[in-house]
Design a protein around this ligand. Structure first.
Ligand code: ZN
Length: 346
């Protein structure tokens, strides 16, 4: 079969590989859609400490079951499925408390396990053991189902930030994740949602798609002043930073209302993880700062449901569809920040 394998930074190869077989408790899935994540672009550029090459990339996977391993009960050839990306062990202290997103033994598809930029993908028994394979609801395309994984991470982020009814929410970063944040915030009842982005073209494209109440062009405007102006000086209830920018995180603290919450949804580059935080903002204004690390199997189920019911539409966010042979091109487009969502499909 054909796969896209990572060998080293800036060295991705589309090549032949042996077809996987389903061992006990495993499935083999014919990948129909594997969408490109910002982290695929990051891996292409600089690799990842948890990724041992050569490795098939891709972790936003939907497809059809083509082989069922011994003991993988409940699954049949032909089932349409969506597969989780972050695999908790399900047994540690964190998992037992229901905190699967911070499982210290978390493994990931496309990092420790071969991923979905391939004709076929083996679904490890560990995934089935934590109920990490979901049936794609009837009427939902594989392309839409593949976006359940990024949406599940957005759900985790908004749970931590407690996005809810009547709030004013700011989303910083107008990529696909930022767009999903805008839509999910609305689905959770937010009263007003503002979208902030440095790159003008990206902001315009995103604003056309998700229609925020206000689109703030941070290249030309002071985004903090803009948010304060839009909220009568009060600030926003929740500020979500879906951009790998320390400056954006620092600004977010200045945009938050008293008792507001700031979500550091996006990670910072490993060599520049430090920001300047006015601790008195946190202290006197009782501002909370929360993180977000991937998603749990249950978040994936919730995401599929939100997409299937139309509460969070995703089909229009897909701006580029490429065959596997051209997947690298799609990863490059994401790295350049040109495309909205790119999906690789068969
Ligand atoms: Zn665990």
């Amino acid at each position: 079969m054909r796969v896209v394998r990572f060998y080293a930074p800036r060295n991705l190869r589309v090549e032949d590989a042996p077809e996987p077989a389903a061992g006990p408790g495993e499935l083999v899935v014919r990948v129909r859609n594997c969408s490109v994540c910002g982290t695929d672009a990051k891996i292409w550029r600089s690799g990842h400490p948890n990724l041992s090459p050569p490795r098939v990339l891709g972790h936003e996977v939907a497809g059809e079951v083509v082989e069922v391993g011994e003991g993988a009960r409940g699954w049949s050839v032909g089932d349409r499925v969506q597969v989780i990306a972050a695999i908790p062990d399900g047994t540690c202290q964190e998992c037992r408390r229901g905190w699967e997103t911070v499982c210290p033994n978390q493994e990931r598809i496309g990092y420790q396990h071969d991923g979905g930029f391939a004709e076929l993908m083996r679904v490890p028994a560990k995934v089935l053991a934590v109920d990490g394979v979901n049936r794609v609801p009837a009427g939902l395309s594989f392309a839409e189902a593949s976006l359940a994984e990024p949406l599940s991470c957005v759900i985790n982020g908004q749970e931590h930030a407690r996005v809810g009814a009547g709030q004013t929410v700011v989303v910083v970063g107008a990529g696909p994740i930022g767009c999903l944040h805008v839509r999910l915030a609305r689905a959770r009842g937010a009263a007003r949602v503002f979208l902030v982005e440095l790159r003008r073209r990206r902001l315009e494209l995103a604003a056309r798609l998700v229609a925020p109440d206000e689109a703030v062009a941070a290249d030309a405007t002071d985004a903090v002043a803009a948010v304060l102006g839009l909220t009568g000086g009060r600030g926003a209830d929740v500020v979500i930073v879906a951009a790998a920018s320390g400056k954006a995180q620092e600004d977010a603290l200045r945009m938050a209302a008293r008792r507001g919450t700031v979500s550091f949804f996006g990670g910072l580059p490993k060599d520049r993880p430090t920001i300047a935080c006015d601790s008195n903002v946190v202290h006197y204004r009782e501002v909370g700062i929360v993180g977000a690390n991937g998603s749990s199997p249950d978040h994936n189920k919730q995401a599929l449901e939100l997409i299937a019911t139309g509460a969070v539409p995703v089909a229009d966010l897909i701006t580029s569809r490429l065959p596997l042979e051209r997947a690298v091109e799609g990863i490059h487009a994401v790295a350049r920040g040109e495309a909205m969502k790119v999906t690789v499909e068969a």
